[in-house]
Design a protein around this ligand. Structure first.
Ligand code: ADP
Length: 285
């Protein structure tokens, strides 16, 4: 029984990155790409790698406190019940919440509607040293907005380039963006919705509107496909994560975040005081 990361035969980053021509129609939503272990391996690994993630996030936070402007932003997009909330609890739950900037984006408020769609996004961006987490995001403005014709096609059509420019500037400013598109199958979504209706402790998660949205599944798949095609860029690629098996999606996103943090090559910030002099002062006190 392996207790390290050797159960990944290809790294999550390599195997989940949406390459040009990515075909959503034939994407296996029950798959566990790159991973050779089973559910219990995955659950064990989540604890171990969650600790690695936590250590790296502490380094990021420490550097932020010392003036480093860099940050990491996890963007989670997916249909209802794909597991966005569980991702936050089970993956981000490993790290110190003081260093996390979490934001969930629902139907825009009256105030938000008065502004450009990126206005509410900009307000929630992580500062240097922070791990930002977006549960839904500016991509709703090319997904639900497109599917429901909330604005004319030329308006949402122009947003792909605008979003690419916006993200390019963020990256240039020191934010690593980890964009995760979470895909579950229509059958699995039905089971998860049924569970919400069968269990009183899950009623609070049920929204009758979710069943209405299910009927629009093909239109959503088209919108997701276009989103990936047009906004998976060099500076901010999409990672496509199969989500029928929650344990897999969680270890996969953990790996994507670890990779993003490792690439920052962080070290503990140097003391900005004379350590020996301080020791002497402390001893005398
Ligand atoms: P969740 O369903 O994720 O628990 P909420 O019910 O608070 O969260 O809000 C999610 C809903 O808000 C989704 O149906 C989503 O499509 C919708 N939404 C998010 N952003 C927008 C937007 N820009 N325009 C219209 N609807 C949006």
């Amino acid at each position: 029984m392996a207790s390290d990361n050797s159960l990944w035969k290809s790294s999550a980053v390599d195997v989940l990155r949406a390459d040009p021509g990515f075909d959503l129609d034939n994407f296996d939503r029950k798959g566990t790409p790159g991973f050779t272990g089973n559910k219990s391996d995955g659950e064990r690994l989540l604890g171990e790698r969650g600790q690695v993630l936590s250590d790296l996030q502490e380094l990021l936070y420490a550097n932020g406190r010392s003036g480093d402007k860099r940050s990491v932003l996890l963007v989670l997009q997916g249909m209802d019940t794909a597991g966005k909330g569980g991702m936050v609890r089970h993956v981000i739950g490993h790290v110190d919440p003081s260093g996390v900037k979490h934001a969930a984006f629902g139907v825009p408020t009256e105030e938000e509607k008065k502004h450009h769609y990126l206005w509410r996004i900009e307000k929630e961006l992580p500062r240097g040293g922070y791990l930002g987490v977006f549960d839904r995001s500016h991509y709703e403005d090319v997904l639900v907005v497109r599917v429901h014709d909330l604005v004319p096609p030329d308006v949402w059509g122009a947003r792909y380039d605008e979003i690419n420019d916006f993200e390019e500037k963020l990256v240039a400013g020191g934010t690593t963006i980890v964009k995760v598109a979470m895909f579950l199958s229509l059958d699995e979504q039905k089971e998860r919705l049924e569970e919400r209706l069968d269990r009183p402790d899950k009623f609070w998660k049920y929204n009758p509107g979710d069943v209405t949205e299910r009927k629009l599944w093909p239109a959503y798949q088209q919108a997701y496909s276009a989103m990936i095609d047009k906004t998976s860029t060099e500076h901010a690629p999409w990672y496509v994560v199969p989500c029928d098996r929650k344990w897999y999606s969680r270890i996969a996103v953990t790996e994507l975040l670890i990779d993003a943090l490792e690439k920052l090559e962080l070290d503990w910030p140097k003391a900005d005081f004379d350590v020996e002099a301080e020791k002497a002062r402390l001893a005398e006190s």
